[in-house]
Structure formats: C-alpha cells, structure tokens
Design a protein around this ligand. Structure first.
Ligand SMILES: C[S@@+](CC[C@H](N)C(=O)[O-])C[C@H]1O[C@@H](n2cnc3c(N)ncnc32)[C@H](O)[C@@H]1O
Length: 223
C-alpha cells in the first residue's frame, strides 16, 4: 500500500504503461494525468465555464477574511486567482504554477487589470516553495490530478499552511459518468480523501452544489 508524507515511509509510486492522457505513474491506485500545457489557456478561459463549474458560487462560499493569504496552486491562466483577489483586499492571492508561460501570463494579467494583491509564484513539480506557516488557505481547481509528485506537493502545502488552515480541492466528479471530462481528469471523493488524509489533513466537508465538481474542504490540524 503506497503511503503519503504523514507516514514515516517515503511516498510510494508505482509505474505501468501509460493510459490515454496519463503519465503511467500511480499514486494510491490513481494514475496521474499529463500536465495541461500553456496552449490550453483559451480553454481555461472558455465562456461556458460559469455554467459548467459555477465558480461564482464556489468563491462566494469560501468566507475568507479580507486579510487572508490564499495560494491558488496550479493557477494556470488565473481564472480563479483573479476572481479570488477581490475577497482578500488586505491579503494576497499567491498564484503558484510550474510553467514559466503561465507565470508570465499571470504577471501580464495583474498589470493589465491593475490588480496589486496577486503574486505570481513559480513552484517546482515537488514543492510550492513557500515559507512554513505563511498561508491561511490553499485552493486547487482542476489541477491536483496532474501533479506528478502529489505526495511531495501535499507535504509542501501542509508545511506552508498555518495551523487550522484550509485546503479547498475542486475536482470533476469521477462517480458521475454524465460529467463530460476525461477519466484521469476526474477524482472520486474516496480517492481525494485518501490522498489528503495521507498528507495529514483532516476532512471537513464535501459541498455538493457545484454542477460537475466535488468541492472538498480539508484542514491542517490546529496544533
Ligand atoms: C488544468 S490547469 C488548471 C488551471 C486553473 N486552476 C484553472 O482552474 O483554470 C492545471 C495547472 O496546474 C499546473 N501544475 C501542474 N503541476 C503543478 C505543480 N506541481 N505545481 C504547481 N502547478 C502545477 C499546470 O502548469 C497548469 O497550469
């Protein structure tokens, strides 16, 4: 049984012949998906996303204090990042991505839209590269399933969270065949809970109001 970073064992990955859209690397029974390249920016910004994902209601439910620091991990084009920024006028959205083209896009967008509380930040495939206990919350939207080193990434996220900090994980529902998304780009609630709990996070809730996605909430233990 593979283990996550909360265990004393190093994370265990298995390999097999990659399936369509996958990298052939298995974590806790789940094949990791290929990274979506920066040429997918227009897809991320598609007009149909509000009706498919209802980001407005997802963001409304976060109830972040105005001074909160939230990391949008796997921020991509900043579809969520720039919708989150008005919620934390005295805080900050740290927009983490591994692709330099995404970081350049985020920087240009912050300048164009005159937004001063978005900080584009380049991470690595294994770490978000933020200081310990420096963020109040982390959000990952349609991104975690493609992290090539999920155990190491979650370890770095948990370390960067302040005690009691929240992780919001939005992933397309694997249990629902009607959600028209490729299999490796979906996750079941059971799989997500297994992986987040292996990282030492506590399950808080799975909101069911989004059309296509799970909206899972986890917390770093308070002390
Ligand atoms: C499908 S896009 C989703 C973007 C955005 N969250 C959204 O919903 O529009 C996934 C993003 O995750 C990024 N990514 C993949 N692995 C990552 C990692 N280890 N750390 C940070 N970002 C990563 C990719 O570069 C890509 O921009």
């Amino acid at each position: 049984m593979p283990t996550g970073p909360a265990s004393s064992e190093p994370p265990a990955y298995e390999t097999r012949e990659p399936s369509a859209g996958g990298i052939g690397k298995i974590y806790m029974g789940r094949e990791i998906a290929q990274v979506m390249g920066h040429r997918g920016i227009s897809w991320l910004e598609r007009d149909t996303r509000e009706s498919e994902e209802s980001p407005t209601s997802a963001i409304d439910s976060l109830q972040l204090p105005p001074q909160a620091v939230i990391a949008d991990i796997g921020a991509g084009s900043g579809y969520y990042t720039f919708r989150l920024a008005p919620l934390v006028p005295q805080g900050e959205v740290v927009a983490v991505d591994i692709q330099p083209e995404m970081i350049a896009h985020l920087e240009a967008r912050a300048t164009d839209e005159d937004v001063d509380n978005v900080r584009p930040h380049r991470g690595t495939i294994e770490s978000i590269q933020l200081e310990p206990e420096s963020i109040d919350a982390a959000i990952m939207v349609d991104a975690y399933h493609e992290f090539s080193h999920p155990a190491e990434m979650m370890s770095s996220i948990v370390e960067a969270l302040r005690p009691g900090g929240r992780v919001f994980l939005l992933e397309y529902r694997a249990e629902d065949d009607a959600v028209p998304i490729k299999r490796l780009h979906k996750m079941s609630e059971a799989q997500a809970r297994k992986e987040m709990e292996a990282a030492g996070l506590q399950f808080v809730a799975n909101h069911d109001f989004l059309p296509w996605q799970h909206f899972l909430v986890f917390a770093k233990p308070a002390g």
